[in-house]
Design a protein around this ligand. Structure first.
Ligand SMILES: Nc1ncnc2c1ncn2[C@@H]1O[C@H](COP(=O)(O)OP(=O)(O)O)[C@@H](O)[C@H]1O
Ligand SMILES: [Mg+2]
Length: 524
């Protein structure tokens, strides 16, 4: 009774240690993932990643539970039994027992190492299957658009099949291991028992001795078998944890330099100084881009799709480091200051807004979590989304769905604008922030944005030229190079690329508006 009670007590007391360790490693991994670069996250496979963490934390629990409190006592037990056998009888008994145990251990280790590849294979296939399932579910709509349910099912089944195969191999090799272990123990047992039986036969030992040796050996081999099981499990746990710990070893691509000071903002002048950049060294994207946005002024960047406009905003936010040249804010190279202080002063409405699967209120509040409800509402009003929100049955408490998919593109953009307004950043970046809105709503928001960006340094990336007329300077970006620059009037006067784009957009609008040719730029 006591032996059971103490065992349970040990597990109960130890649970806190194990659970705390799991929590800490889980949290560290989570934090580390958030510290990794955008590049890592664009390449990651969400399903596989979450499985790796799940397996890793389970592995830790197992490891802690068995390692300390089961392996050590068992080893002690083995040493004691060998000692007793040697003491009571002769060294041969102890020697045979010892050799058996060594054989058993060596066999177990060798075979388990060999089996590890099957377990690893199993884990890889498991991650692959989960990645496929998650990716497929995320693309639910696309699957339906193309009627490819069967294709998806067979892709998933393919991954499951591979897992099945690996799992069966793993089980078969485990059985082989068990049989081998049993054989070694049986041989050891037979050897010692026949020696004892010989002793009884020639009268040097009593039947009592036979029973005693038998009892000791059984006492010994039971924990030994257990040890084999534990070793196997530990090896398996370590294999399971591999992927998680290899995640922890992924280097941060964009890291703060040692003791980087916070950015000292004064005005917020942004300078791009001969910036070259490519996501991949084989394909440069930006070539010698230079410009300055004086404190409080607005710079607009226009250009065809793929010219590198959004890349400018990602570089300014330091998702990537420039290949050569430098980006400075108020004279400080952004690589020399801490990322947290840099990102704190920049408010960005990205080209594709993704929302959290929570309420609209939560998503706007995300801009500044300590804002009051009145401030949230004010931001929503400025972003021209307040009335829409009130028209929803649940108002601000409406859920937006996974990645915000229950909202239309324009509604999502306005939520994104509202939360940036709430952030009250010194520096604003709007990356085609109103591209999904109709011209009328866009014009209304434009007024709010002008008001919000009044005395803040602003970078506007636009494809509709009507939104950039008021900018202090306009850059025309073409294939990563600045092709033209100047104010709206200057660029029209140059009669170059910008003027052609302007004419093009005017005639598109005129086509949309029907035969009435009376459109002038001011009504756009
Ligand atoms: N993460 C990335 N990895 C590799 N290439 C990228 C990545 N993001 C964008 N690109 C490429 O860089 C070029 C410029 O992209 P971007 O700045 O988004 O263009 P845009 O001017 O339309 O905003 C595009 O040709 C795009 O294919
Ligand atoms: Mg873009």
């Amino acid at each position: 009774m006591l032996s059971q009670a103490f065992g349970e007590m040990r597990d109960a007391v130890f649970a806190k240690v194990a659970q705390r360790a799991i929590r800490r490693v889980g949290l560290d991994t989570f934090k580390h993932l958030h510290a990794l670069s955008l590049r890592f996250h664009l390449d990651r496979q969400t399903g596989g990643l979450s499985r790796a963490i799940e397996r890793g934390t389970k592995g830790i629990e197992f490891l802690l539970q068995f390692m300390l409190f089961n392996v050590l006592p068992t080893l002690l037990e083995i040493a004691l039994v060998c000692g007793i056998l040697w003491n009571l009888y002769s060294i041969e008994y102890a020697a045979i027992t010892f050799v058996t145990i060594i054989g058993y251990i060596v066999f177990t280790i060798v075979l388990t190492e060999w089996r590890t590849k099957y377990r690893r294979e199993m884990n890889d296939r498991d991650s692959e299957a989960t990645t496929k399932a998650v990716d497929s579910l995320l693309n639910y709509e696309t699957v339906k658009y193309f009627g490819n349910e069967l294709h998806e099912a067979s892709r998933f089944d393919h991954a499951l099949q591979a897992y099945e195969k690996a799992a069966v191999r793993s089980q078969v090799s485990l059985s082989a291991l068990n049989v081998g272990q049993g054989t070694i123990i049986a041989i050891g047992l037979i050897a010692v028992m026949s020696m004892t039986a010989q002793g009884v036969a020639d009268g040097s030992m009593t039947v009592g001795d036979l029973v005693l040796v038998n009892t000791f050996l059984i006492q010994l081999y039971m924990p030994l078998n257990f040890l084999g099981f534990v070793y196997r499990q530990i090896r398996q746990s370590l294999t399971d944890m591999e992927q998680m710990f290899s995640l922890l070893r992924v280097e941060r691509e964009v890291a703060d330099t040692e003791g980087a000071p916070p950015l000292a903002v004064n005005g917020g002048e942004v300078t791009f100084d001969a910036v070259d950049f490519g996501y991949d060294s084989r394909r440069p994207i930006l070539h010698g881009v230079s410009f300055t946005i004086p404190a409080g002024k607005t710079l607009a960047v226009v250009g065809s799709s793929g010219a590198g406009k959004s890349t400018l905003s990602r570089l300014l936010y330091r998702f990537y480091d420039v290949t050569s040249g430098a980006i400075r804010i108020d004279g400080q190279d952004i690589r020399a200051v801490s990322q947290a202080s840099l990102r704190k002063i920049i408010g960005i409405v990205p080209q594709d807004t993704v929302l959290f699967n929570d309420t609209i209120y939560y998503n706007i509040l995300y801009g500044r979590p300590d804002a009051t409800p009145a401030e949230v509402e004010e931001a929503a009003r400025l972003a021209r989304i307040h009335d829409f929100i009130l028209s929803l049955p649940d108002g601000y408490q409406s859920k937006v769905g996974e990645r915000g998919l229950k909202l239309s593109g324009g509604e999502k953009q306005r939520v994104a604008i509202a939360r940036v307004i709430l952030k009250r950043a010194r520096l604003l970046i709007f990356d085609e922030a109103t591209s999904a809105l109709d011209t009328k709503t866009e014009k209304q928001i434009q007024e709010s944005l002008d008001q919000v960006s009044e005395d803040r340094t602003t970078l506007i990336i636009a494809h509709r030229l009507s939104t950039v007329i008021g900018a202090d300077e306009i850059l025309v970006l073409d294939k990563g190079e600045v092709a033209e620059r100047g104010s709206h009037a200057e660029l029209l006067a140059q009669n170059g690329r910008y003027a052609r784009m302007w004419q093009q957009q005017l005639s598109d609008l005129a086509d949309d508006a029907g035969p009435s040719p009376s459109l002038s730029p001011s009504t756009v």
